[in-house]
Design a binder for this molecule. Sequence first.
Ligand code: THG
Length: 266
Amino acid sequence: MFEVIGERINTSRKLVQAAVAERNFDYIIDDVKKQQEAGATYIDVNAGARIGHETDDMRWLLDTIQPIATVPLSLDSPDPAVLEMAFKMVEKTPMINSISLEKERFNAMMPFLKGKECRVIALCMDDSGMPASADDILDRAVTLVGELNKIGIPTAFIYVDPLVQPISTDSNKGVMVLDAVRAIKTAFPEVHITGGLSNISYGLPQRKIINRTFVSLMMDAGMDSAIIDPLDQKIMATIKTADMLLGQDDYCMNYLKGVRSRAIES
Ligand code: THG
């Protein structure tokens, strides 16, 4: 089944930033409950936007969310120290979002991840920046999976994020990432593919139709998870419908359930 990592608890969103600054726990609790009801299988928590406050904000968010969380959290930070602090605070084994091949981050993350039985998002990013071709994405994924396997993280616990880039700057960026996902799934059938989708539409109007169409193409290529807003009913309906069309929904049960609950409409 497709896994939805709910993206809404992120201080880069204005209302969340205000709620965190005011320590408004009702707002945060209400938002998390809505994401869970809408079908999120992880709740992403990112406190990175208030410079100098990330550790305190993350700690407060986790204290606030934990008592009502029915699904595991995705701890989202580029800072290994924040991830270590957060990892110690959670009850359910979290998703670690993320590790990359950027030297400093990689070297700090590997000893932290060693021996932990958690799922981890592996970004196809290194010190030279974003990948420039499908082969480049594949090479980075091969390195990440190999290194994570070496420290005891099984392939089935790794969620490769191939890093979606704007199609407005280069019309090849859609095909590039789709080809890379197919190649990664051929090399490692057990690996998961995840990521944010909205970068694909950056710089273009009517972004949501682009994001929705793209997620169904990515699912055909092998994406089985994404970091999205589960309160966006249209993308959720597209994902459920694509799951069915790709043979992931026995007897069309989830699709029909979605229609009955009015989550899916033509
Ligand atoms: N890969 C991984 N993790 C990630 C990302 C990724 N974490 C962060 C991000 N990308 C995914 N999360 C979000 C959260 C919120 C929004 C977008 C991505 C969002 N953006 C509004 C916008 O762009 O219009 C902000 C508007 C507002 O201020 O509310 O809501 O790719 N592994």
